[in-house]
Design a binder for this molecule. Structure first.
Ligand code: DGJ
Length: 548
Protein backbone atom coordinates (compact mmCIF):
# COMPACT_ATOMS: atom_id res chain seq x y z
CA UNK A 1 0.00 0.00 0.00
CA UNK A 2 2.76 2.37 1.03
CA UNK A 3 4.63 1.64 -2.17
CA UNK A 4 1.51 2.33 -4.17
CA UNK A 5 1.50 5.86 -2.90
CA UNK A 6 5.18 6.59 -3.44
CA UNK A 7 5.27 9.24 -6.11
CA UNK A 8 8.18 11.57 -5.63
CA UNK A 9 11.14 11.93 -7.89
CA UNK A 10 10.54 9.04 -10.24
CA UNK A 11 7.30 10.56 -11.47
CA UNK A 12 8.74 14.03 -11.75
CA UNK A 13 11.36 12.58 -14.05
CA UNK A 14 8.63 11.15 -16.25
CA UNK A 15 7.53 14.62 -17.09
CA UNK A 16 10.95 15.99 -17.88
CA UNK A 17 10.32 16.11 -21.64
CA UNK A 18 6.88 16.25 -23.25
CA UNK A 19 6.30 12.97 -25.01
CA UNK A 20 6.18 14.40 -28.47
CA UNK A 21 9.62 15.96 -28.03
CA UNK A 22 11.26 12.82 -26.75
CA UNK A 23 14.71 12.03 -28.07
CA UNK A 24 14.99 9.38 -30.79
CA UNK A 25 14.68 5.94 -29.28
CA UNK A 26 15.03 2.44 -30.53
CA UNK A 27 12.34 1.12 -28.22
CA UNK A 28 9.11 0.31 -30.04
CA UNK A 29 5.80 1.49 -28.60
CA UNK A 30 3.90 -1.35 -26.99
CA UNK A 31 0.88 -2.06 -24.85
CA UNK A 32 1.63 -3.45 -21.41
CA UNK A 33 -0.79 -4.86 -18.87
CA UNK A 34 -0.49 -5.07 -15.11
CA UNK A 35 -3.17 -5.89 -12.55
CA UNK A 36 -5.81 -5.68 -15.27
CA UNK A 37 -4.77 -2.17 -16.29
CA UNK A 38 -2.96 -1.14 -19.44
CA UNK A 39 -0.51 1.43 -20.67
CA UNK A 40 0.83 2.38 -24.05
CA UNK A 41 4.57 2.57 -23.51
CA UNK A 42 6.31 5.10 -25.72
CA UNK A 43 10.04 5.47 -25.23
CA UNK A 44 9.59 3.03 -22.38
CA UNK A 45 7.07 5.06 -20.36
CA UNK A 46 3.27 5.32 -20.26
CA UNK A 47 1.96 7.75 -22.85
CA UNK A 48 -1.44 9.40 -23.04
CA UNK A 49 -2.72 9.88 -26.58
CA UNK A 50 -4.39 13.26 -26.84
CA UNK A 51 -5.43 12.65 -30.41
CA UNK A 52 -6.86 14.49 -33.38
CA UNK A 53 -8.32 12.30 -36.12
CA UNK A 54 -8.29 13.79 -39.61
CA UNK A 55 -11.22 13.58 -41.99
CA UNK A 56 -11.34 10.63 -44.36
CA UNK A 57 -10.04 12.59 -47.36
CA UNK A 58 -7.20 14.49 -45.69
CA UNK A 59 -4.59 11.85 -46.51
CA UNK A 60 -2.83 13.84 -49.23
CA UNK A 61 0.21 16.10 -48.88
CA UNK A 62 -1.65 19.22 -49.99
CA UNK A 63 -4.33 18.63 -47.35
CA UNK A 64 -2.00 18.46 -44.38
CA UNK A 65 -1.49 22.11 -43.49
CA UNK A 66 -4.89 22.61 -41.83
CA UNK A 67 -4.53 19.20 -40.16
CA UNK A 68 -1.45 20.44 -38.30
CA UNK A 69 -3.12 23.76 -37.52
CA UNK A 70 -6.11 22.06 -35.96
CA UNK A 71 -3.92 19.61 -34.03
CA UNK A 72 -1.90 22.51 -32.68
CA UNK A 73 -5.01 24.47 -31.68
CA UNK A 74 -6.37 21.37 -29.99
CA UNK A 75 -3.09 20.80 -28.12
CA UNK A 76 -3.13 17.25 -29.44
CA UNK A 77 0.07 15.25 -29.20
CA UNK A 78 -0.93 12.69 -31.84
CA UNK A 79 -2.64 12.82 -35.23
CA UNK A 80 -4.66 9.85 -36.51
CA UNK A 81 -4.39 9.73 -40.29
CA UNK A 82 -5.68 7.31 -42.92
CA UNK A 83 -3.35 5.65 -45.37
CA UNK A 84 -5.45 4.14 -48.13
CA UNK A 85 -4.72 1.01 -50.10
CA UNK A 86 -5.85 2.81 -53.28
CA UNK A 87 -3.18 5.48 -52.79
CA UNK A 88 -0.24 3.23 -51.93
CA UNK A 89 -0.81 0.51 -54.54
CA UNK A 90 -2.53 2.21 -57.48
CA UNK A 91 -1.33 -0.58 -59.78
CA UNK A 92 -0.92 -4.09 -58.51
CA UNK A 93 2.57 -4.58 -57.12
CA UNK A 94 3.64 -0.93 -57.62
CA UNK A 95 3.84 0.80 -54.25
CA UNK A 96 3.96 4.53 -53.66
CA UNK A 97 4.56 5.62 -50.09
CA UNK A 98 5.28 9.25 -50.87
CA UNK A 99 2.33 10.43 -48.79
CA UNK A 100 3.56 8.39 -45.82
CA UNK A 101 6.99 10.00 -46.21
CA UNK A 102 5.49 13.50 -46.22
CA UNK A 103 3.20 12.70 -43.32
CA UNK A 104 5.94 11.35 -41.09
CA UNK A 105 8.35 14.16 -41.98
CA UNK A 106 5.80 16.87 -41.28
CA UNK A 107 4.58 15.19 -38.10
CA UNK A 108 8.12 15.34 -36.78
CA UNK A 109 8.43 18.99 -37.73
CA UNK A 110 5.16 19.61 -35.91
CA UNK A 111 6.22 17.62 -32.88
CA UNK A 112 3.31 15.23 -33.26
CA UNK A 113 3.12 11.48 -33.05
CA UNK A 114 1.01 9.49 -35.50
CA UNK A 115 -1.49 6.67 -35.51
CA UNK A 116 -1.87 5.25 -39.02
CA UNK A 117 -5.29 4.03 -40.10
CA UNK A 118 -5.05 1.33 -42.76
CA UNK A 119 -8.04 1.77 -45.06
CA UNK A 120 -7.84 -1.53 -46.94
CA UNK A 121 -10.42 -4.19 -47.68
CA UNK A 122 -12.96 -2.50 -45.42
CA UNK A 123 -13.66 1.15 -44.62
CA UNK A 124 -16.96 1.54 -42.77
CA UNK A 125 -17.54 -2.00 -44.09
CA UNK A 126 -17.23 -1.04 -47.78
CA UNK A 127 -14.56 -1.58 -50.43
CA UNK A 128 -14.31 2.09 -51.35
CA UNK A 129 -10.64 2.51 -50.46
CA UNK A 130 -9.44 -0.54 -52.38
CA UNK A 131 -7.49 0.14 -55.59
CA UNK A 132 -9.35 0.17 -58.90
CA UNK A 133 -7.77 -3.15 -59.87
CA UNK A 134 -9.47 -4.72 -56.86
CA UNK A 135 -12.82 -3.00 -57.35
CA UNK A 136 -13.05 -4.06 -60.97
CA UNK A 137 -12.20 -7.73 -60.52
CA UNK A 138 -15.17 -9.14 -58.63
CA UNK A 139 -14.29 -12.68 -59.63
CA UNK A 140 -10.90 -12.53 -58.00
CA UNK A 141 -12.03 -10.28 -55.14
CA UNK A 142 -15.56 -11.50 -54.31
CA UNK A 143 -18.22 -9.75 -52.31
CA UNK A 144 -20.31 -11.41 -49.63
CA UNK A 145 -23.35 -13.09 -51.11
CA UNK A 146 -26.77 -13.65 -49.60
CA UNK A 147 -28.66 -16.94 -49.36
CA UNK A 148 -29.78 -16.56 -52.96
CA UNK A 149 -26.23 -15.92 -54.14
CA UNK A 150 -26.77 -12.18 -54.75
CA UNK A 151 -23.71 -10.05 -54.13
CA UNK A 152 -23.70 -7.62 -51.24
CA UNK A 153 -21.60 -4.40 -51.29
CA UNK A 154 -18.98 -5.62 -48.78
CA UNK A 155 -15.99 -7.79 -49.65
CA UNK A 156 -16.08 -11.36 -48.41
CA UNK A 157 -13.68 -12.39 -45.65
CA UNK A 158 -13.44 -15.67 -47.60
CA UNK A 159 -11.85 -13.98 -50.60
CA UNK A 160 -8.47 -15.71 -50.45
CA UNK A 161 -7.02 -13.43 -53.12
CA UNK A 162 -8.34 -10.32 -51.38
CA UNK A 163 -6.68 -11.36 -48.16
CA UNK A 164 -3.44 -12.12 -49.95
CA UNK A 165 -3.43 -8.79 -51.75
CA UNK A 166 -4.41 -6.68 -48.72
CA UNK A 167 -1.83 -8.47 -46.60
CA UNK A 168 0.90 -7.86 -49.16
CA UNK A 169 0.08 -4.14 -49.29
CA UNK A 170 -0.07 -3.87 -45.51
CA UNK A 171 3.24 -5.68 -45.13
CA UNK A 172 4.74 -3.28 -47.69
CA UNK A 173 3.44 -0.37 -45.60
CA UNK A 174 4.86 -1.80 -42.38
CA UNK A 175 8.20 -2.52 -44.06
CA UNK A 176 8.27 1.06 -45.26
CA UNK A 177 7.44 2.36 -41.79
CA UNK A 178 10.17 0.24 -40.32
CA UNK A 179 12.76 1.80 -42.63
CA UNK A 180 11.40 5.27 -42.14
CA UNK A 181 10.61 5.31 -38.47
CA UNK A 182 12.22 2.62 -36.36
CA UNK A 183 14.81 5.08 -35.09
CA UNK A 184 12.35 7.82 -34.19
CA UNK A 185 9.05 6.07 -33.49
CA UNK A 186 6.85 8.87 -34.69
CA UNK A 187 4.21 6.26 -35.53
CA UNK A 188 2.78 4.80 -32.33
CA UNK A 189 0.07 2.42 -33.45
CA UNK A 190 -1.70 1.13 -36.52
CA UNK A 191 -5.43 0.61 -36.97
CA UNK A 192 -6.03 -2.35 -39.29
CA UNK A 193 -9.05 -1.63 -41.55
CA UNK A 194 -11.79 0.73 -40.40
CA UNK A 195 -15.17 -0.10 -38.89
CA UNK A 196 -15.50 -3.57 -40.34
CA UNK A 197 -18.57 -5.77 -40.54
CA UNK A 198 -21.47 -5.92 -42.94
CA UNK A 199 -24.69 -3.96 -42.99
CA UNK A 200 -27.88 -5.59 -44.20
CA UNK A 201 -26.54 -9.14 -44.36
CA UNK A 202 -25.68 -11.29 -41.38
CA UNK A 203 -22.82 -13.17 -43.05
CA UNK A 204 -21.38 -14.45 -46.27
CA UNK A 205 -23.31 -17.40 -47.74
CA UNK A 206 -20.81 -18.24 -50.49
CA UNK A 207 -19.89 -21.94 -50.82
CA UNK A 208 -16.57 -21.33 -49.03
CA UNK A 209 -18.29 -19.51 -46.19
CA UNK A 210 -21.04 -22.13 -45.95
CA UNK A 211 -18.50 -24.94 -45.75
CA UNK A 212 -16.69 -23.15 -42.91
CA UNK A 213 -19.99 -22.44 -41.15
CA UNK A 214 -20.74 -26.15 -41.05
CA UNK A 215 -17.42 -26.97 -39.38
CA UNK A 216 -17.07 -27.26 -35.60
CA UNK A 217 -16.50 -23.95 -33.80
CA UNK A 218 -12.72 -23.57 -33.30
CA UNK A 219 -11.50 -24.41 -29.79
CA UNK A 220 -10.01 -20.94 -29.31
CA UNK A 221 -13.46 -19.39 -29.83
CA UNK A 222 -15.18 -21.95 -27.61
CA UNK A 223 -12.69 -21.19 -24.85
CA UNK A 224 -13.65 -17.53 -24.83
CA UNK A 225 -17.10 -16.86 -26.26
CA UNK A 226 -19.64 -18.39 -23.92
CA UNK A 227 -21.60 -21.14 -25.67
CA UNK A 228 -25.32 -20.54 -25.70
CA UNK A 229 -26.60 -24.04 -26.34
CA UNK A 230 -23.97 -26.74 -26.39
CA UNK A 231 -20.34 -27.01 -25.32
CA UNK A 232 -19.13 -27.92 -28.79
CA UNK A 233 -20.37 -28.55 -32.30
CA UNK A 234 -21.10 -26.44 -35.36
CA UNK A 235 -21.72 -22.72 -35.08
CA UNK A 236 -25.47 -23.28 -35.16
CA UNK A 237 -25.31 -26.06 -32.57
CA UNK A 238 -23.24 -23.99 -30.17
CA UNK A 239 -24.56 -20.48 -30.67
CA UNK A 240 -28.12 -20.98 -31.97
CA UNK A 241 -29.67 -17.70 -33.11
CA UNK A 242 -26.33 -15.91 -32.71
CA UNK A 243 -24.47 -18.38 -34.92
CA UNK A 244 -24.45 -16.37 -38.15
CA UNK A 245 -23.20 -13.11 -36.67
CA UNK A 246 -20.62 -14.83 -34.45
CA UNK A 247 -19.38 -16.79 -37.42
CA UNK A 248 -19.07 -13.61 -39.47
CA UNK A 249 -17.18 -11.92 -36.61
CA UNK A 250 -14.82 -14.88 -36.48
CA UNK A 251 -14.30 -14.83 -40.27
CA UNK A 252 -13.54 -11.09 -40.33
CA UNK A 253 -11.39 -11.22 -37.20
CA UNK A 254 -9.35 -14.07 -38.61
CA UNK A 255 -8.84 -12.14 -41.85
CA UNK A 256 -7.73 -8.95 -40.08
CA UNK A 257 -5.71 -10.92 -37.57
CA UNK A 258 -3.75 -12.54 -40.37
CA UNK A 259 -2.99 -9.13 -41.91
CA UNK A 260 -2.00 -7.67 -38.54
CA UNK A 261 0.25 -10.63 -37.71
CA UNK A 262 2.03 -10.39 -41.06
CA UNK A 263 2.54 -6.65 -40.55
CA UNK A 264 3.86 -7.11 -37.03
CA UNK A 265 6.25 -9.79 -38.20
CA UNK A 266 8.08 -7.12 -40.20
CA UNK A 267 7.56 -4.17 -37.86
CA UNK A 268 6.04 -4.77 -34.47
CA UNK A 269 3.79 -1.87 -33.53
CA UNK A 270 0.62 -2.06 -31.42
CA UNK A 271 -2.40 -2.72 -33.62
CA UNK A 272 -6.12 -2.35 -33.09
CA UNK A 273 -9.55 -2.39 -34.70
CA UNK A 274 -12.30 0.19 -34.26
CA UNK A 275 -16.01 -0.32 -34.58
CA UNK A 276 -19.38 1.22 -35.23
CA UNK A 277 -21.11 0.38 -31.97
CA UNK A 278 -24.23 -1.59 -31.35
CA UNK A 279 -26.48 -0.28 -28.60
CA UNK A 280 -24.64 -1.04 -25.34
CA UNK A 281 -27.83 -0.71 -23.31
CA UNK A 282 -29.55 -3.66 -24.99
CA UNK A 283 -28.83 -6.23 -22.32
CA UNK A 284 -28.62 -9.07 -22.95
CA UNK A 285 -27.92 -8.30 -26.60
CA UNK A 286 -30.48 -9.76 -28.96
CA UNK A 287 -29.48 -11.57 -32.16
CA UNK A 288 -28.55 -9.32 -35.09
CA UNK A 289 -31.58 -7.79 -36.74
CA UNK A 290 -30.11 -5.45 -39.35
CA UNK A 291 -29.47 -3.02 -36.50
CA UNK A 292 -25.65 -2.90 -36.62
CA UNK A 293 -22.78 -4.08 -38.81
CA UNK A 294 -22.78 -7.85 -38.39
CA UNK A 295 -19.33 -9.27 -37.76
CA UNK A 296 -17.82 -5.99 -36.61
CA UNK A 297 -15.96 -5.97 -33.30
CA UNK A 298 -18.94 -4.91 -31.20
CA UNK A 299 -18.59 -5.34 -27.44
CA UNK A 300 -20.46 -8.65 -27.36
CA UNK A 301 -17.95 -10.33 -29.69
CA UNK A 302 -14.72 -8.94 -28.27
CA UNK A 303 -13.92 -12.47 -27.13
CA UNK A 304 -14.25 -13.79 -30.68
CA UNK A 305 -11.84 -11.12 -31.90
CA UNK A 306 -9.42 -11.96 -29.08
CA UNK A 307 -9.60 -15.64 -30.01
CA UNK A 308 -9.33 -15.23 -33.77
CA UNK A 309 -6.98 -12.24 -33.98
CA UNK A 310 -4.40 -12.38 -31.20
CA UNK A 311 -2.18 -9.98 -33.18
CA UNK A 312 -4.65 -7.19 -32.40
CA UNK A 313 -4.06 -5.51 -29.05
CA UNK A 314 -7.27 -3.57 -28.79
CA UNK A 315 -10.89 -3.52 -29.88
CA UNK A 316 -11.87 0.14 -29.73
CA UNK A 317 -15.21 1.97 -29.69
CA UNK A 318 -16.05 4.87 -32.04
CA UNK A 319 -18.38 7.01 -29.98
CA UNK A 320 -21.11 8.87 -31.86
CA UNK A 321 -24.06 8.57 -29.47
CA UNK A 322 -23.84 11.39 -26.97
CA UNK A 323 -26.38 10.02 -24.49
CA UNK A 324 -24.41 9.81 -21.27
CA UNK A 325 -25.79 6.39 -20.33
CA UNK A 326 -24.58 4.98 -23.65
CA UNK A 327 -21.16 6.58 -23.40
CA UNK A 328 -20.68 5.27 -19.87
CA UNK A 329 -21.86 1.79 -20.88
CA UNK A 330 -19.50 1.70 -23.84
CA UNK A 331 -16.53 2.75 -21.74
CA UNK A 332 -17.36 0.05 -19.24
CA UNK A 333 -17.82 -2.64 -21.88
CA UNK A 334 -14.63 -1.89 -23.82
CA UNK A 335 -12.39 -1.48 -20.77
CA UNK A 336 -11.40 -4.97 -19.78
CA UNK A 337 -8.47 -6.78 -18.26
CA UNK A 338 -7.76 -8.10 -21.77
CA UNK A 339 -8.63 -4.90 -23.65
CA UNK A 340 -7.18 -1.46 -23.07
CA UNK A 341 -9.63 1.40 -23.34
CA UNK A 342 -8.76 3.48 -26.39
CA UNK A 343 -11.28 5.81 -28.05
CA UNK A 344 -10.00 6.55 -31.55
CA UNK A 345 -13.14 8.44 -32.56
CA UNK A 346 -15.59 10.63 -30.74
CA UNK A 347 -17.91 13.15 -32.38
CA UNK A 348 -16.96 16.82 -32.29
CA UNK A 349 -20.28 18.11 -30.98
CA UNK A 350 -19.60 20.18 -27.86
CA UNK A 351 -21.61 17.73 -25.72
CA UNK A 352 -18.85 15.16 -26.16
CA UNK A 353 -16.15 17.31 -24.58
CA UNK A 354 -17.01 16.44 -21.00
CA UNK A 355 -16.66 12.71 -21.63
CA UNK A 356 -12.90 13.15 -21.95
CA UNK A 357 -12.80 13.35 -18.15
CA UNK A 358 -14.55 9.99 -17.92
CA UNK A 359 -12.21 8.40 -20.48
CA UNK A 360 -8.93 9.77 -19.18
CA UNK A 361 -10.04 9.31 -15.58
CA UNK A 362 -10.88 5.67 -16.22
CA UNK A 363 -7.39 5.11 -17.53
CA UNK A 364 -7.89 5.13 -21.29
CA UNK A 365 -4.60 5.05 -23.16
CA UNK A 366 -6.00 7.90 -25.19
CA UNK A 367 -8.86 9.54 -27.00
CA UNK A 368 -9.38 11.35 -30.27
CA UNK A 369 -12.17 13.54 -31.57
CA UNK A 370 -12.90 12.75 -35.22
CA UNK A 371 -12.73 15.21 -38.11
CA UNK A 372 -10.53 17.81 -36.49
CA UNK A 373 -8.65 19.30 -39.41
CA UNK A 374 -10.39 22.47 -40.65
CA UNK A 375 -11.28 20.78 -43.95
CA UNK A 376 -14.41 22.48 -45.26
CA UNK A 377 -16.61 19.52 -44.44
CA UNK A 378 -18.86 18.73 -41.49
CA UNK A 379 -20.18 15.27 -40.59
CA UNK A 380 -23.09 16.81 -38.71
CA UNK A 381 -25.26 15.38 -37.13
CA UNK A 382 -22.52 13.04 -35.90
CA UNK A 383 -20.16 15.91 -35.28
CA UNK A 384 -20.24 19.68 -35.02
CA UNK A 385 -21.69 21.82 -37.79
CA UNK A 386 -18.73 24.18 -37.68
CA UNK A 387 -15.55 23.52 -39.63
CA UNK A 388 -13.46 26.30 -38.12
CA UNK A 389 -11.57 26.75 -34.90
CA UNK A 390 -14.71 26.47 -32.78
CA UNK A 391 -14.75 22.69 -33.28
CA UNK A 392 -11.64 22.21 -31.19
CA UNK A 393 -12.79 24.31 -28.22
CA UNK A 394 -14.74 21.72 -26.18
CA UNK A 395 -11.79 19.34 -26.45
CA UNK A 396 -8.95 21.84 -26.18
CA UNK A 397 -10.44 22.96 -22.88
CA UNK A 398 -9.73 19.50 -21.47
CA UNK A 399 -6.56 18.71 -23.46
CA UNK A 400 -4.95 21.90 -22.22
CA UNK A 401 -5.17 20.56 -18.67
CA UNK A 402 -3.77 17.14 -19.48
CA UNK A 403 -1.15 18.08 -22.07
CA UNK A 404 1.41 19.38 -19.54
CA UNK A 405 0.99 16.28 -17.35
CA UNK A 406 0.37 13.69 -20.05
CA UNK A 407 3.15 11.38 -18.86
CA UNK A 408 2.30 11.77 -15.20
CA UNK A 409 -1.37 11.10 -15.81
CA UNK A 410 -0.64 8.03 -17.92
CA UNK A 411 1.56 6.69 -15.14
CA UNK A 412 -1.03 7.40 -12.45
CA UNK A 413 -3.73 5.78 -14.56
CA UNK A 414 -1.56 2.70 -15.05
CA UNK A 415 -1.14 2.52 -11.28
CA UNK A 416 -4.90 2.64 -10.81
CA UNK A 417 -4.93 5.99 -9.02
CA UNK A 418 -7.28 7.81 -11.38
CA UNK A 419 -11.01 8.01 -11.94
CA UNK A 420 -13.21 10.33 -13.92
CA UNK A 421 -16.79 11.02 -14.77
CA UNK A 422 -18.93 13.29 -16.92
CA UNK A 423 -22.16 14.97 -15.95
CA UNK A 424 -25.08 12.71 -16.78
CA UNK A 425 -27.96 13.74 -19.00
CA UNK A 426 -30.14 13.42 -15.87
CA UNK A 427 -27.98 16.10 -14.20
CA UNK A 428 -28.07 14.02 -10.99
CA UNK A 429 -25.38 13.93 -8.28
CA UNK A 430 -22.65 11.31 -8.70
CA UNK A 431 -19.73 10.02 -6.71
CA UNK A 432 -16.27 8.57 -7.17
CA UNK A 433 -14.98 6.27 -4.47
CA UNK A 434 -11.28 6.17 -3.61
CA UNK A 435 -9.56 4.27 -0.81
CA UNK A 436 -10.46 6.24 2.30
CA UNK A 437 -12.36 9.05 0.58
CA UNK A 438 -15.32 9.73 -1.67
CA UNK A 439 -15.70 12.60 -4.10
CA UNK A 440 -19.35 13.72 -4.08
CA UNK A 441 -20.28 15.56 -7.25
CA UNK A 442 -23.18 17.87 -7.97
CA UNK A 443 -23.99 19.91 -11.04
CA UNK A 444 -25.75 23.08 -12.16
CA UNK A 445 -25.07 24.92 -8.91
CA UNK A 446 -23.73 28.41 -8.52
CA UNK A 447 -20.42 28.77 -6.76
CA UNK A 448 -21.79 30.34 -3.60
CA UNK A 449 -24.42 28.96 -1.24
CA UNK A 450 -26.62 25.91 -1.03
CA UNK A 451 -29.65 25.21 -3.19
CA UNK A 452 -31.52 24.19 -0.02
CA UNK A 453 -31.61 27.86 0.87
CA UNK A 454 -34.13 28.34 -1.91
CA UNK A 455 -34.82 31.44 -4.00
CA UNK A 456 -31.92 32.54 -6.18
CA UNK A 457 -29.69 29.90 -4.57
CA UNK A 458 -31.87 27.11 -5.91
CA UNK A 459 -31.83 28.31 -9.51
CA UNK A 460 -29.52 26.48 -11.93
CA UNK A 461 -26.45 28.54 -12.71
CA UNK A 462 -26.32 30.39 -16.01
CA UNK A 463 -24.53 28.42 -18.72
CA UNK A 464 -25.63 25.03 -17.36
CA UNK A 465 -28.63 24.61 -19.65
CA UNK A 466 -26.95 21.63 -21.33
CA UNK A 467 -24.98 18.98 -19.44
CA UNK A 468 -21.35 19.98 -19.70
CA UNK A 469 -19.42 19.32 -16.49
CA UNK A 470 -16.95 16.66 -15.55
CA UNK A 471 -13.97 15.86 -13.42
CA UNK A 472 -10.97 13.56 -13.40
CA UNK A 473 -9.28 12.85 -10.08
CA UNK A 474 -5.95 11.26 -9.28
CA UNK A 475 -5.20 10.04 -5.78
CA UNK A 476 -1.61 11.15 -5.31
CA UNK A 477 -1.27 9.87 -1.76
CA UNK A 478 -3.56 8.39 0.89
CA UNK A 479 -4.98 11.82 1.70
CA UNK A 480 -4.00 13.84 -1.35
CA UNK A 481 -5.82 14.35 -4.63
CA UNK A 482 -5.37 16.14 -7.91
CA UNK A 483 -8.67 17.38 -9.39
CA UNK A 484 -9.08 18.49 -12.99
CA UNK A 485 -12.49 19.54 -14.13
CA UNK A 486 -15.08 22.14 -14.92
CA UNK A 487 -18.68 22.95 -14.09
CA UNK A 488 -18.99 20.64 -11.13
CA UNK A 489 -19.16 21.01 -7.35
CA UNK A 490 -16.84 18.53 -5.64
CA UNK A 491 -16.98 17.65 -1.97
CA UNK A 492 -14.32 15.27 -0.73
CA UNK A 493 -15.78 13.22 2.11
CA UNK A 494 -14.25 10.59 4.38
CA UNK A 495 -15.29 7.03 3.62
CA UNK A 496 -18.24 5.73 5.58
CA UNK A 497 -17.39 5.13 9.22
CA UNK A 498 -14.32 7.37 9.20
CA UNK A 499 -13.85 11.06 9.91
CA UNK A 500 -11.84 13.56 7.99
CA UNK A 501 -11.69 17.15 6.81
CA UNK A 502 -10.28 19.11 3.96
CA UNK A 503 -7.04 20.77 4.99
CA UNK A 504 -5.99 22.74 1.96
CA UNK A 505 -6.94 23.21 -1.69
CA UNK A 506 -4.30 24.71 -3.92
CA UNK A 507 -5.08 25.89 -7.42
CA UNK A 508 -2.06 25.54 -9.63
CA UNK A 509 -0.31 23.67 -12.39
CA UNK A 510 2.69 21.47 -13.03
CA UNK A 511 5.81 23.02 -14.56
CA UNK A 512 7.79 21.36 -17.32
CA UNK A 513 9.88 19.48 -14.75
CA UNK A 514 6.79 17.92 -13.22
CA UNK A 515 6.89 20.15 -10.15
CA UNK A 516 3.69 21.51 -8.73
CA UNK A 517 3.39 25.29 -8.97
CA UNK A 518 0.87 26.69 -6.50
CA UNK A 519 -0.95 29.76 -7.75
CA UNK A 520 -3.40 30.38 -4.93
CA UNK A 521 -4.97 28.62 -1.98
CA UNK A 522 -8.74 28.30 -2.10
CA UNK A 523 -10.29 29.11 1.24
CA UNK A 524 -13.29 31.03 2.61
CA UNK A 525 -16.03 31.49 0.02
CA UNK A 526 -14.09 29.29 -2.37
CA UNK A 527 -14.45 26.21 -0.19
CA UNK A 528 -17.47 26.91 2.02
CA UNK A 529 -19.82 25.27 -0.48
CA UNK A 530 -17.55 22.57 -1.78
CA UNK A 531 -14.97 22.99 -4.49
CA UNK A 532 -16.89 24.68 -7.28
CA UNK A 533 -14.99 24.13 -10.50
CA UNK A 534 -15.87 26.92 -12.93
CA UNK A 535 -16.79 26.93 -16.62
CA UNK A 536 -13.14 26.87 -17.64
CA UNK A 537 -11.23 23.90 -16.20
CA UNK A 538 -8.96 24.27 -13.21
CA UNK A 539 -6.43 22.03 -11.53
CA UNK A 540 -6.62 21.71 -7.75
CA UNK A 541 -4.35 19.84 -5.41
CA UNK A 542 -6.39 18.91 -2.39
CA UNK A 543 -4.99 17.77 0.93
CA UNK A 544 -7.31 15.98 3.31
CA UNK A 545 -6.71 15.32 6.99
CA UNK A 546 -7.87 13.04 9.75
CA UNK A 547 -8.13 14.99 13.03
CA UNK A 548 -7.67 12.76 16.08
C1 DGJ B 1 -16.79 6.44 -38.35
C2 DGJ B 1 -15.68 6.14 -39.31
O1 DGJ B 1 -14.72 5.32 -38.70
C3 DGJ B 1 -15.03 7.42 -39.80
O2 DGJ B 1 -14.03 7.11 -40.73
C4 DGJ B 1 -16.09 8.33 -40.39
O3 DGJ B 1 -16.66 7.75 -41.53
C5 DGJ B 1 -17.15 8.61 -39.34
N1 DGJ B 1 -17.75 7.38 -38.90
C6 DGJ B 1 -18.27 9.51 -39.83
O4 DGJ B 1 -17.82 10.80 -40.08
Amino acid sequence: MKKHFLLAAALAALLAAPASQAAPSAEAPRIVTRDGRHALLVDGKPFLILGAQAHNSSNYPAALKPVWEAARDLKANTVLMPVAWEQVEPEEGRFDFSFVDTLVREARQQNKRLVILWFGTWKNTSAQYTPAWVKLDTQRFPFNVDREGRANYSLSPFGAETLKADKRAFVALMSHLKKLDSAQRTVLMVQVENEVGTYGLVRDFSPAAQAAFEQPVPAAVLARQKPKLSASGTWREVYGDYADEYFHAWAIARYIGEIAAAGRAVYDLPMYVNNALRNPLEQPPKPWNKNFASGGPTWDVIDIYKAAAPALDIVAPDIYSPESAQVEANLRLFQRADNALWVPEIGTKPAYGRFLYAMLGRGAIGVSPFGVDYFDYSNHPLGATATDKTIVEPFERVYRMFAPIQRLWAQWAFEGRTQGIAEGDDRKPQQLDFPGWTAKLTYRLGRFGESAWGGEFAKPAAGTEEPGGGVAIAQLGPDEFLLIGHRVRVRMEPAAGTSGIMMRAEQGRFDDKGRWVMERVWNGDQVDYGLNLPAEPVMLKVKMGRPR
